[in-house]
Design a protein. Sequence first.
Length: 436
Amino acid sequence: MASDPSDLDDKLPLQGRFNRFRKLAGLSAQISADVLKSGAKRLVGQEPEFLSKAAAEKLVSTLGELKGAAMKFGQVVSMDTEFLSPEVRQVIARLQNEAPPMPQEVVVRVLREELGDTPEALFREFDPKPLAAASLGQVHRAVLHDGREVAVKVQYPGIAETLSGDMDNLGLVVKTVSKASRLADGTAYFQELREEMLLETDYLREAALCSDFARATAALPDLRVPEVIAERTSRRVLTLELLQGRTLKDWVVSEPSAEERFRVARQLIFAIYAPFFTHGQMHADPHPGNFMVLEDGRLGVLDFGSIKRFSPRFVDANRRMFLHAVRLESMDVMGLSREVGFTSELPDEEATPLIQEVLHIAGRPMRSSPYDYASCSITRDMKLHFARNAPRFLKIRPPAEAVMFFRSTGGLAQNLRLIAAQGDFRGVFQEVASLL
């Protein structure tokens, strides 16, 4: 007996801007209560977790059901090592590539609408159980008629409209907070993030970005970008060559050797910085589920919807800043910052030391060798620096495109901390510089 379409729709991500906002509001109330309880324990001298395991389970359950922008937010939270215990991070990390799957009947429906036929006709084999279920779609293992193994990403029906509604809800919050707090207007930065996220729902665009990224990393033999299968790709279905290996988050818990940790950390640094400096492209969604340690030892790169293309001016100024840092040369901090696109309402004598300290914290692995990412405090110290100087930093504004740059480099720092490698990272950054 065929399933009722209305029953199937009930199993898809919750629709309607108000309904999703109400669900998130309920989650927010529960999480807030948990955080307040944590604060009360701290007042009486106990050392509680910032978030309990029960609250984390509720967070994963709700965001997994909602998918879209809500789930992407959860993926970002899961990478923060500063405020969550290892047990709680392990729970929230399920958002990186695990979520309640959509029914097989819906997958078949999307494939028919997009590619014109059933999975059985389109592929020699098609596994109905998803390999991964994420924020915008879920991935199935399949085999082409010529025997090649592929990964087929099928978009959740209605997710484009859902994501747009989520971002509109968040946009209202950003606008309201900016006005109410009289802080710097964050709408330009939010608009950049919104536009980039909405573009991720076009899988034809993602296929093109994947091919471009493959060309940008072609000179890096330690990296592997999957081939696009164009004849099985459309706006809501993306078919790529299936890479064999373990995602970074699964590989890390396998207790790799110190040599292996250093090797993979080096590959990650090249995966983020090399295509940026040489081709103006950067992977701007670098959570551990988007990188894979392959069976042949190379690093596989996944998920190309958030590849960001930067302006030549932004890339060139950052390239020169990077080369000065690696060579331990002095630099015109404010001059280069303005070339990047920063504006400042502070006198240069006030703004310069603030930015110099940012570069000093971020550049620690470039100055000393060996460097130990297991005890790395770059993320924490950067947060403290911004918190201590918040009123002045509000008068220094980066260009809108820097949002995706910071998202990428911040994610890289958290991944390197996760890998906990130790070694000559100054030498690694010098290798990157030798490509320029």
